[in-house]
Unconditional design. Structure first.
Ligand code: FES
Length: 159
């Protein structure tokens, strides 16, 4: 069951659209649910579909299309490294390999302690800050050379 906090947030999003267009709030609704629960289970998708009066398959299609949505459990810190061309030409591929080495995992894997999940991402619109990385879809990390990665991982392990 969606929490009161989530339904209040979804209601605010629904109010931005014309009456009867509540499905326009689906991406926001999925983001709120994922933020609270960490990922989107089939049950969560069904709850969102029910709340927005949408077919469950339509909600699933949205969640499966956008790579910021997780349909399986992820670690506490999801690190998404950009490997698109501008970043790749400015150290992104090396940063990705270094992260794999430091975490002992490949893309789409989670460390055994459940702390980190590593993802490969598309352009984040910050090519000038390459290599760039997102933590949990919200925190943009710029200029991620080896030293910056070491510092970030140490901070996250302590937190
Ligand atoms: S290519 Fe990496 S942010 Fe644009």
């Amino acid at each position: 069951m969606l929490s009161k906090e989530i339904t209040a947030k979804i209601d605010r999003e629904i109010a931005k659209y014309p009456e009867g267009q509540q499905q326009s709030a689906v991406m926001a609704a999925l983001a709120f649910v994922q933020e609270e629960r960490g990922w989107l289970s089939q049950e969560s998708l069904a709850e969102v579909a029910d709340y927005l009066h949408m077919a469950p398959i339509s909600v699933h299609e949205v969640a499966a299309f956008y790579n910021m949505f997780e349909l399986h459990p992820v670690g506490k810190h999801k690190l998404t490294i950009c490997t698109n061309l501008p970043c790749a030409l400015s150290g992104g591929v090396h940063a990705a390999e270094y992260l794999k080495q430091q975490l002992g995992i490949d893309f789409n894997e989670t460390t055994a302690d459940g702390l980190f999940t590593l993802k490969e991402g598309e352009c984040m619109g910050a090519c000038g800050d390459a290599p760039v990385m997102l933590r949990n879809n919200h925190q943009m990390c710029s200029y991620m050379d080896e030293a910056a990665i070491d510092k970030l991982l140490a901070e996250l392990r302590k937190s």
